[in-house]
Ligand binder design. Structure first.
Ligand code: TYC
Length: 111
């Protein structure tokens, strides 16, 4: 090795130039918007909420509502933090406005 050479120059993937060209990218953490069952909220209202705030078809919204009704909870969608948080607020506000006890919450999704 001459005094101008560096040992990393020929190392595959080890050189500085390569690392600068491929900055490490991390996916943002994802969050599940979870809807809980209760005894009082009408089924049609839950279907409406799933269609309105999550853009689901009538059939998909009905299937998720029935899953929540029989299993106690269900996932309406998976989003980045700010979007998930906004959906939770929208659903809970809409439920309160209509005087239904429907509850919606956030849960970190395993990535
Ligand atoms: N269990 C409610 C009923 O029998 C229906 C319901 C479904 C409520 C899903 C909430 O997230 C819910 N009217």
């Amino acid at each position: 090795m001459t005094d101008k050479e560096h040992p990393q120059d020929n190392a595959p993937g080890g050189g500085l130039a390569l690392e600068e060209a491929r900055p490490k990218l991390r996916r943002p953490p994802l969050y599940k918007v979870v809807i809980l069952n209760d005894d009082y909220t009408p089924m049609e209202f839950v279907v409406l909420v799933l269609k309105q705030f999550f853009g689901l078809s009538h059939d998909k919204a009905t299937a998720i509502m029935l899953h929540i009704h029989t299993r106690g909870r269900g996932v309406a969608g998976v989003f980045t933090y700010e979007i998930a948080e906004t959906k939770v607020i929208q659903v809970n506000e809409c439920a309160r406005e209509h005087e239904h006890p429907l509850q919606c919450t956030l849960e970190e999704a395993e990535s």
